[in-house]
Design a protein around this ligand. Sequence first.
Ligand code: CP
Length: 334
Amino acid sequence: MKNYNIQFDKNGRLRHFLTIEGLKRQLLVDILDTAESFSGVTAQSIKKVPLLRGETVVNLFFEPSTRTRTTFELAAKRLSADVLNINVTASATTKGETLLDTLHNLQAMHCDMFVVRHDRGGAAHFIAQHVAPHISVINAGDGRHAHPTQAMLDMFTIRRHKKEFAKLNVAIVGDILHSRVARSQIHALTTLGVNEVRVIGPETLIPCEVETLGVHVYHDLREGLRDVDVIIMLRLQHERMKGALLPSEHEYFRLYGLTEEKLAYAKPDVIVMHPGPINRGVEIDSSVADGPRSVILEQVTHGIAVRMAIMSMVLSGSASIPLSTKVNSEGEII
Ligand code: CP
C-alpha cells in the first residue's frame, strides 16, 4: 500500500510506537493531551485506572536502563495491566536463542505488548514486522536511531513550562551523532512547529546530514545558547563511539559543559533539560543540574503519564480519560 506506515493498522489506528518521524502534528498533540489527562492519576489515593486490565505488557530490555524501564513498568501498572520484566542476561538468549524465537515464545504466552530496548537501530521495527497481529510494540530506544517516548515526555515537559511551541528556540547540546534521543527530539520539535532548533557540539559529534532535518548547527556553545528558551543537554555516548572523537572529558567540559556562566547567554526564563543519565562535570555542572532552571527530574515524573498515554492509545485505542477521573476502592472509574 502506498504510504504504508507500519505504526498504523489498516484502519489507520496507531498500533505500534516506533518512531516520531512521519507522524502528524495532531497525533503528537493527542498524545500530549492524553498524557495530561493521566497526570492526575498519580495524585489520586489509588494510583490506578482500569483501562488495560487483562492486558499483559512485556518489558524486554537488551540494554541497561533506569528511567525508561521503571516508568514503563509503573505506567503499565497504573493502567492495571500485568507486567513481565524479562532479565535478558538471565534469559535463554544467553544460550543462543534468537531474538525472534524469544519473541515467539513470549507470544505463545498470550502477551499483548512488547516494550523493547536494543542496541541495534531498527530492532523495534524488525520485531513489529514479525509479531502476531494482536501484539503492539513500543520502541524504548534502538541503537542511535530513535527514542520516541523520551522525546514525547520531553515535549510534554516543554509544554508544561512554555505553552506555545511556535515561539520557542530550542538548543540540543552535545553528542548529537550517537544520540537516538536527539534524533527523536528533532522530529518532535519540528513537527510541533517550534521557531528554531539548534544543535550545538564539536564537529566530530554532529552528523553531517543533520541540517536536512531543518536544524541550525553551532560549534560555539555561547553563540548557540544566545536567547534560547529551552536547553537540552546530552550525555557523551562513549559506548557507541568508535575511536577517539574528543581530546578529553576535561576539554569537552571546558568547551561544551553547561555552567552558570554559559547559561546566562540564554533567556532568563530558560529551562534546562537532560534525558539522563547525567554525567556531572562532563556535560553539565552540578550547580546547573540542581539549579532553579533545571526541570530534569520533572522529565522523569512526566515519563509515567506520557507512557500511560502511548500504551493506552496503542492497546485500547482510547484517546483520553477526563481530567476529573476518579476511581473507587476497586480501582474502577466512577
Ligand atoms: N533517558 C533514558 O533513556 O534513561 P535510561 O537509560 O535510564 O532509561
